[in-house]
Structures are given as C-alpha cells and as structure tokens.
Design a protein around this ligand. Structure first.
Ligand SMILES: [Zn+2]
Length: 143
C-alpha cells in the first residue's frame, strides 16, 4: 500500500491543477497541457479517492482543501479534535470533512497539537521517506 503522504501530495497537486484549469480557456494549449498533467497525477491515485473527488468537481466544488488553523479549508468549520489528532498520525487515513465532505489536506504549517497528540508530534516525522514511483510511460510526447 502506498504511503498516505504520497496520496496527499498527489491529491494536493491535482487540486491545484484543476484550479488552474478552471481559469484557462478550454481548448487552449495551456489547458491541454494541464489536462495531461492532471491525468498523470490521476494515474497515481486510487479509484475510490478519484471517485469522491470527481463527484465534488462535477458539482462545481473543489475536491480537496488545506486545513488552516484547525479549520476545514472548504467550509471553514472547526474540525473535531479526534480528526485533528488523526491527521497528525503518520499512518493516518485521508481525512474527509464531516461537514462539507471535502478531502482535507494537511496545511503548510503543522497545526497546534491537541494535548493528547503531543507525543505523536514530537516524534521525528518519517514523512521524508521516499518511495520510488513507477513513471507512467511516454509522458514527454507533448511538445
Ligand atoms: Zn468542510
């Protein structure tokens, strides 16, 4: 099974690409380029995640948002402490907001730890562990 950190990274990347795509004129060369990049990222994500993501996109919503200040980046409602604690675990599952059901990505700055989770935070984070990824074939054909 892939480390969750990789999935979160990919999901964050996909969200940014889709956001960029929305600002572009459909059919433009930039739009096509981003679409190809999107597809490359999508190949790395599990179908279940993509299904939930696409469902949101099809409703005109964002698929994932970064957590900011213990608050969901999608609906700005405070996340329950249990979920915050889960997000600090290295083996956590991808979290979905209980209110707006957006995928919650960890923010750029680590959240202030709930008391119960301090022990987990002070551990050295094994997130830098790099896992060799299999590159999708023929990614450079578009020129
Ligand atoms: Zn939310």
């Amino acid at each position: 099974m892939k480390p969750i950190a990789t999935q979160i990274e990919d999901l964050g990347q996909l969200t940014e690409l889709d956001a960029t795509k929305r600002r572009l004129e459909s059919g433009s060369s930039e739009f096509k380029k981003i679409t190809i990049e999107c597809n490359q990222v999508r190949e790395r994500l599990p179908a279940a995640i993509l299904h939930h993501y696409d469902l949101r996109i099809s409703k005109g919503k964002r698929g994932a948002a970064k957590m900011r200040n213990k608050v969901c980046g999608g609906c700005f409602i405070s996340l329950p402490s249990g979920q915050l604690a889960d997000m600090l675990r290295v083996d956590m599952e991808l979290q979905i907001c209980g209110n707006c059901s957006i995928f919650i990505l960890p923010g750029d700055t680590p959240p202030e730890a709930p008391a119960a989770a301090i022990e987990l935070v002070t551990k050295p984070a094994p997130r830098k562990r790099k896992v060799k990824k299999v590159e999708p074939p023929s990614t450079e054909e578009e020129s």
